[in-house]
Ligand binder design. Structure first.
Ligand SMILES: [Zn+2]
Length: 174
C-alpha cells in the first residue's frame, strides 16, 4: 500500500479479487476498490497538491496525516478498529488478528473457519471502511453502535438476496 503496508504479489491478487467478492453491492465494491488503490485524498496528499490545505489529522491533530494514518494508524481510528474486531471475533467465535491487511484490504493468512464466516467478516469490515470514508473529515471516529446497526441491516439484506436467488433457481428448475 505504498506508505507503510507492503504486499506480496499473491496478497495483491487477493486484495484485488476481494473487490468482486466483498458484496454484490456496488457501493461496497467501490469502497474496497478505493482502499486498495488509496483513492481517498489524505490531508498529506491534499497538502502536497495545495500548500494552503492542512496536512493535519482532523481527529488527533497528527501533523502528517497519510492515507494509512487516516484509515489505520490514527489512535482514534485504531482503538475503534480494536472494538470492531472484538465484536466480529465474538460474533463468529474466532479470534481475528488486528491486522491492516485483513481490515483494510481483506487479505488474510488466517485459517478460514468457513467461507460463510469470512463472507460476514468481509462485509462487516468493509462497512466500517465505508463509515471511515463517509466521515473522512470528521473530528471523531465512526460510532461502534452505529456500525453494529449497519452490519445488522446489511447482513439481513444479503441473506434476503440469497434467499431470493435460491427461490429464483428453484423456480427455474421446476
Ligand atoms: Zn489522527
Amino acid at each position: 500500500m505504498g506508505q507503510g503496508i507492503e504486499l506480496t504479489d499473491q496478497q495483491w491478487t487477493m486484495a484485488l479479487a476481494q473487490v468482486r467478492h466483498v458484496s454484490r453491492n456496488a457501493r461496497l465494491k467501490c469502497t474496497h476498490f478505493n482502499y486498495v488503490h488509496q483513492t481517498y485524498l489524505s490531508p498529506h496528499r491534499l497538502h502536497h497538491m495545495f500548500t494552503e490545505a492542512t496536512p493535519r489529522c482532523p481527529r488527533c491533530g497528527h501533523d502528517d496525516a497519510t492515507f494509512l494514518h487516516m484509515t489505520w494508524e490514527c489512535p482514534e481510528i485504531h482503538s475503534t478498529w480494536r472494538h470492531i474486531m472484538q465484536h466480529v471475533s465474538d460474533i463468529i467465535d474466532v479470534s481475528l488478528t488486528l491486522d491492516p491487511l485483513l481490515c483494510l484490504l481483506g487479505v488474510t493468512k488466517q485459517n478460514k473457519r468457513s467461507k460463510y464466516y469470512m463472507k460476514f467478516v468481509d462485509l462487516a469490515l468493509t462497512l466500517f471502511k465505508c463509515m471511515i470514508a463517509m466521515a473522512w473529515k470528521a473530528t471523531r471516529p465512526p460510532d461502534v453502535q452505529a456500525w453494529l446497526r449497519v452490519v445488522l441491516r446489511w447482513t439481513t439484506a444479503e441473506v434476503n438476496a440469497l434467499d431470493q436467488d435460491r427461490q429464483a433457481q428453484d423456480g427455474d428448475g421446476g
